[in-house]
Design a protein around this ligand. Structure first.
Ligand code: ZN
Ligand code: ZN
Ligand code: ZN
Ligand code: ZN
Ligand code: ZN
Length: 347
């Protein structure tokens, strides 16, 4: 590659741009704190009290931190720059994006399960990106804080992923056993619940030795409700379960019926799917895209995910480096880019 203009460079980077957007589809410039509790992507910061950060703050504010991606949590408010966030501000701003100088009040409704320490499942292990185990999140989540579970910890007989839409862990199923029994015995029950998976030896699970837990009794639909009553069980919901739960709810004439109140007040999100908050998308072509593209080129995909904060720190520097080229309209040489990346990075 010989010397090229910045615009030529951009056009050569179209493919990479697409990839970069898949990786970081949103413009990370708005903190969600002011929007209050939301179902959103949450990132735990293990460097600062295991607090939870919104997507943008995980990239922009806690740049040097040990961040764990938790995927979506319901009803969560960003902790960045609040009294829960003990990060010492370098810029004078508690949250770089909200630019607050005093700590904001943290949300009282945030719940912090073990995921915020980077631990998942009944086995309380860290996420292993090299494992080929599938992890599923508990859609109910009130007892487990929307924890994620390894397929092998759920049970050897876990049904194939494509055969169900959502999973409810045995902790949450046990807590609301009464309601699930009623749903199971309802005429609509078999359109809502695909399987229940009973744990033969549930004491092993309580002791934390779930890999030894023998699971069996995978039931297609729910005719033998009584069998399910013995021991713990997890639940697999069918595709379209929300619609059917809505129907079931409507069929309950008595609005003081406990099942009605359960569906209406405790788990409305099972009946009416709550969309995940999506930050505004990245704007069209701008200088930033060029920088993202170059960075994307320079970093391995996996590294970009793991080192998203490093990515941002580097981006700020590269921005400074490229500004004179953009301002004078002069060409960016490949050597320039190379020399930038070969410079020892201070952060
Ligand atoms: Zn935030
Ligand atoms: Zn942090
Ligand atoms: Zn922030
Ligand atoms: Zn596990
Ligand atoms: Zn659960």
């Amino acid at each position: 590659m010989s010397d090229i203009s910045a615009s030529e460079y951009i056009s050569r980077q179209n493919e990479l741009e697409k990839e970069a957007k898949e990786l970081m589809p949103w413009d990370p410039n708005k903190c969600t704190y002011e929007l209050g509790p939301l179902r959103q992507s949450v990132f735990a910061c293990r460097s600062h009290n295991n607090i939870g950060l919104c997507y943008s703050c995980s990239i922009q504010c806690h740049t040097k931190c040990d961040i764990v991606e938790l995927f979506t949590k319901r009803y969560f408010t960003c902790d960045c720059g609040t009294d829960r966030d003990n990060q010492a501000p370098e810029t004078g701003f508690r949250c770089r994006l909200r630019e607050n100088r005093e700590a904001d009040v943290s949300s009282l409704s945030n719940k912090y399960g073990q995921n915020f320490q980077g631990l998942f499942c009944v086995c309380s292990k860290e996420y292993d990106p090299n494992s080929d185990a599938t992890m599923v999140q508990c859609v109910l989540g009130t007892e487990c804080d929307e924890d994620w579970y390894h397929d092998y910890c759920i049970g050897k007989q876990m049904p194939p992923l494509e055969s169900f839409d959502a999973f409810i862990c045995s902790k949450c199923a046990a807590k609301y056993d009464y309601y699930f029994k009623r749903i199971l015995s309802h005429p609509l029950g078999e359109k809502i619940i695909a399987y229940t998976l009973a744990h033969e030896d549930s004491t092993a699970e309580r002791g934390g030795h779930t890999s030894d837990t023998k699971t069996s009794c995978l039931k297609r639909s729910a005719s033998q409700v009584d069998d399910v009553a013995v021991g713990e069980y997890s639940i697999f919901l069918k595709h379209g379960y929300s619609e059917k739960l809505k129907e079931l709810k409507k069929s309950l004439d008595d609005n003081n019926d406990k099942l009605f109140l359960f569906l209406n007040d405790l788990v409305p999100f099972l009946v009416e799917d709550e969309p995940v908050y999506e930050p505004p998308e990245e704007g069209g072509d701008n200088e930033d895209d060029l920088i993202s593209n170059i960075l994307q080129n320079a970093m391995q995909r996996e590294q970009a995910v793991a080192g998203i904060s490093a990515f941002n720190a580097l981006k700020v520097k590269l921005n400074d480096f490229l500004r004179p080229f953009a301002e004078t309209g002069s060409v960016v040489k490949e050597e320039d880019i190379k020399s930038f990346f070969q410079k020892p990075k201070e952060t």
